[in-house]
Structures are given as C-alpha cells and as structure tokens.
Design a protein around this ligand. Structure first.
Ligand SMILES: Cc1ncc(COP(=O)(O)O)c(C=O)c1O
Length: 392
C-alpha cells in the first residue's frame, strides 16, 4: 500500500475541493507565485526579458499578480494583443504566420514588437507599420532547421514547415528596416535543447545580428519543471549577451508560467459497464482538456494510480458524443460513487485557452485559491449565452 492510501483523500488536496462548482479549473496562487518568483530570478540572473505567451495561459484574472514578475505578453494576433495590452500591461509582442490588412490595423494599436513570418509579409505591411502612431519594432521569424523534439506535430523545424524563414530563403535586402530575429523551435524542453538550437541559429543567421536590436528565443522552455537546468539556461543567455552586447534577449514561454499551478475538479455522473467499469464525468477530454487527445497524454488524478496499482480500476470518459472522448484508465483505493469529485492535476495551461462548447456542454468554471488563506474563489462561470454567442 502506498503512503498516500493510508491518509484520507481530502488530506491530499491542496484546497477544499467542495468549495468550487463542478467542473472547474482551479488555479492556486501559491503555486503560480512560486513559478513567477523563479522566472523573475531567471530574468535577473540572465538579463533576458520574459514574456507570457497568451496562447498557453490567458487567465487574465491572475494578471495583476503575473504582471508584477514578467516583462509583458506575446500574442498570436489581434485579440490576444488587445488582451495583453488591456489586462497585463508591459510590452506587447505579436507574431502570426499570416496577418490580414484589417488585423494589422488592430495589432498596430497595441504592439511594441511585431515578428513577421516571411519577408513577403514584411514587405506587404511595411508601409502600414511605418505610418502607424506606435512605430513598433519589427522582426522576422526564422527557421534554424535544427529539430530537437520528437513529435512532428510540435516541431516548427520539421521538413516542409511553414513556420519561419530558412536562411537559404533570406537575403540582406529582406532585412531592410527590421530590428530583430525570432525563433521558436522548442516544446516542453530543457536548456540543452536551447543551447543546441542557439548554436544552429548563430551558424545560419549570425551574419545579420550586428545590425539588429533584439533576438527572441521563443517559447517551449520548461523552466519551472523540477529537473530543468536553470544554470545552463542562464549561462547560455549570458554567453550570448557577451557575444552580442547590443542585443536584447527575449524568452516567451507559455506553459512554464502556469506549469503545475492548476487543477480540473470534476464529478462522477454515472458508472456503466463494458468489459470493466467506465465512469462518465461531467467534463470532457475533447472539450475541456483537448491536449489529452491531441498530444496525446494521460493526465494525473490526485490519489489515483495506473490500473493494477490500486484495488478499483475504471476507464474515465467525458460527457460528449465522441466515442473517443476518453481520458484514460485509472485505479482508486475505494470504489467510485456517483457524485464523487476527482481532481486532475496540471490543468492551468493549454486548457482554458483551448476549450470548446462541442455538444453545447458548458465550459468549466474558473476559480482561484488564495495564497495564504487557501480560500477558493469562483471568478467566472459560464452558461447558455456563452454557447449561443459563438454561433448565429
Ligand atoms: C511563437 C510561439 N511562441 C511561444 C510559444 C509558447 O510555447 P510554450 O507554451 O510551449 O512555452 C509558442 C507555442 O506554440 C509559439 O508558437
């Protein structure tokens, strides 16, 4: 028997799981602050500026806290740019594989930095940018063609990638008017992958760096993961800044800001039988935690193990019509009962930002746990109107 099975399940929960609606994403301020303090230390030690990638975590209710630690936000287009400007403050950076003319008008109201995906996009928008009131600093996303990840779906350096310009497709004339270079090639990786990528980047694009003002090392740095080599990250950035003292260095992680800071609390609605018990939950893999199917991966549940590790095994499934809306197989010390609450861990990033209302199922409420009192506050609930307004 594991140690955890000897204590009541409630002792394993970091907050009162009955104090929120079900289902609900619950972000713990204490855990978020721990990540932010570490990221602030990285900024101080390395001299790099760290931006929050809103695509990964955009729970703006936390931004009065998050913005105390980070330099600003990075957006994938007009609406994230506006959200960053209006709810976070600091620097607003924007990159998109392709901007439209009307979107650029909106982006230019908020952006301090814009990274274009190709020389063609820069040529198309150059006059519009030059005539704008804000005069953002513009750069180009490049492709260092150095793959360090295993999964093609998450590899912008994969053969045939549309993300970033390759060195062979770039000339000095293309860089006219641009002040920075941007590369994003990592996904949940350690600093050895950054070090190798930076070497490839410098080998291919080093000739452009003297005349620039900044380089953005993208996201995918898993800085707040326990085994992340922070010393190496700081050394890599400091060495780069020693070689290019005139360049500002940016990192723009999303996941690392909210890693291991949030939970998805849900409830058992029914238990059915088909070659073993299947629990139907009031949540959904496809609608509420789509990375479970997309990555794919098996999220952890507090107090649960793999089948066979504990006495009672269940397949856990969602409440949509999708046959594959299955979260995984889990084992528990006690049989599940209808109405039991379950708590999935690490549910703050790439969840709230990716939900759908498929089947008209409601979005999980959004809650926060206060750092010291541990009080749980519900900051947002969703209803029929949220579903209806996405359609016409
Ligand atoms: C251009 C860019 N920057 C930053 C990020 C954030 O990455 P992560 O959340 O893995 O740190 C992404 C993620 O896809 C990205 O595409």
């Amino acid at each position: 028997m594991s140690d955890s099975s000897k204590q009541p399940l409630s002792a394993l929960y970091p907050f009162d799981i009955q104090a929120c609606p079900s289902p609900a994403y619950v972000v713990d301020d204490a855990l978020l602050k721990r990540n932010l303090e570490l990221l602030a230390q990285v900024q101080a030690d390395s001299g790099a500026r760290i931006l929050l990638a809103l695509k990964g975590f955009a729970m703006w209710h936390t931004f009065p806290l998050v913005s105390q630690y980070l330099a600003g936000t990075t957006a994938s287009g007009q609406d994230e740019a506006r959200l960053g400007a209006e709810t976070f403050g600091g620097e607003v950076h924007v990159y998109s594989p392709g901007f439209t003319v009307s979107e650029m008008d909106e982006v230019l109201r908020y952006a301090d930095h814009i990274s274009f995906n190709s020389p063609g996009q820069w040529r198309r928008f150059r006059d519009q940018v030059m005539q704008s009131a804000r005069q953002p600093s513009c750069g180009l996303r490049v492709n260092p063609e150095h793959s360090t990840g295993q999964v093609a779906l998450y590899d912008p350096c994969a053969v045939g990638s549309r993300l970033g310009t390759r060195a062979q497709d770039l000339s000095a004339a293309d860089m006219d008017g641009l002040e920075g270079l941007h590369f994003h090639t990592l996904c949940e990786q350690n600093s050895d992958a950054l070090e190798a990528t930076l070497a490839a980047f410098e080998a291919k694009f080093g000739g452009y760096l003297d005349s620039l003002k900044w380089v953005n090392f993208g996201g995918g740095h898993h800085i707040t993961r326990p085994d992340y080599d922070i010393d190496r990250l700081v050394r890599v950035i400091r060495d780069f800044k020693r070689r290019y003292p005139h360049l500002a260095v940016y990192l723009e992680p999303g996941e690392a800001i909210a890693l291991n800071t949030g939970f998805l609390v849900c409830s058992v609605l029914d238990i059915v039988e088909n070659d073993g018990p299947i629990a139907i939950l009031d949540t959904s893999a496809t609608a509420h935690m789509p990375d479970v199917l997309e990555m794919p991966y098996r999220p952890e549940i507090i107090g649960a193990g793999h089948p066979g590790e504990k006495a009672y095994s269940y397949r856990l499934g969602g409440m949509t019509c999708l046959a594959g809306d299955v979260i995984g197989d889990y084992a528990f010390d006690q049989p599940l009962q209808i109405g039991d609450r379950l708590v999935f861990t690490d549910m703050a990033h790439y969840t709230m930002v990716k939900t759908t209302t498929f089947n008209g199922i409601r979005l999980p409420s959004i809650c926060r746990v206060e750092e010291d009192s541990r009080a749980v506050h519900t900051v947002r609930t969703f209803g029929y109107v949220d579903y209806m307004q996405r359609l016409s």
